[in-house]
Design a protein around this ligand. Structure first.
Ligand SMILES: [Zn+2]
Length: 84
């Protein structure tokens, strides 16, 4: 009786451990996918419309605080643009 009970408990524990392992595996796959898409994406660009002339502009990074529009030469700050 006692032995049987013990076996059942062990079985349950093993099942939970296995489920946990799968959970970890899927989480890891998800992270791996996110990272690889970040790395292998040839070029990340940020697109937005010029707040002044509404023409589309494209930048490769957002390490700037102000920018001059290529089309209308208007200066605007990063806070003024809405990324697409
Ligand atoms: Zn413009």
């Amino acid at each position: 009786m006692n032995k049987k009970k013990k076996n059942n408990e062990q079985g349950n524990t093993q099942k939970t451990k296995k489920q946990k392992k799968w959970q970890d595996y899927f989480q890891w796959q998800e992270i791996r996918l996110q990272v690889s898409s970040m790395i292998y994406q040839k070029r990340t660009t940020f697109k937005f419309d010029c707040p002044d002339c509404s023409l589309e502009l494209e930048v490769t990074h957002l390490m700037w605080s102000a920018l001059e529009c290529l089309h209308c030469k208007a200066e605007f700050e990063k806070e003024d643009v809405i990324l697409k």
